[in-house]
Design a binder for this molecule. Sequence first.
Ligand code: C2G
Length: 134
Amino acid sequence: MKKVITYGTFDLLHYGHINLLRRAKEQGDYLIVALSTDEFNWNEKQKKCYFEYEKRKQLLEAIRYVDLVIPENTWNQKTSDIKEFKVDKFIMGDDWAGKFDFIETETRAEVIYLPRTPEISTTQIKRDLEAKKI
Ligand code: C2G
């Protein structure tokens, strides 16, 4: 069984996230999503999520491509996660291109960056709602 892992906040779940998860699952048979906790988001990414962790987890677990959701508590858990779950591929959107190449030297996993879906982001959704563009 080929196992794939990806990491993220996935707040205000949108089709850009779904495109990423679908393509990540296409790369294997089992997709693990390491979901950023509320504390990690605030302390490390200065992101205040609209949906708290348990709600974001519930949404992800309802997606047919997702097989397991685990918490992302720190930047540097990726290597141990990959070893613990015997992951074959580490996949992220290409806004992260180059940032996680070290994973290929520290583990046997392949690192793949997939093109982001253009013109959609959680930040953009929040901006549009504030500007009452909809
Ligand atoms: N994404 C995408 N297209 C978009 C928006 C997001 O492909 N229009 C991808 C991102 O590249 C990322 C994933 O969806 O791979 C989740 O995006 P975020 O929730 O914004 O996650 P991020 O803040 O990038 O956190 O340790 C890694 C971090 O936790 C990643």
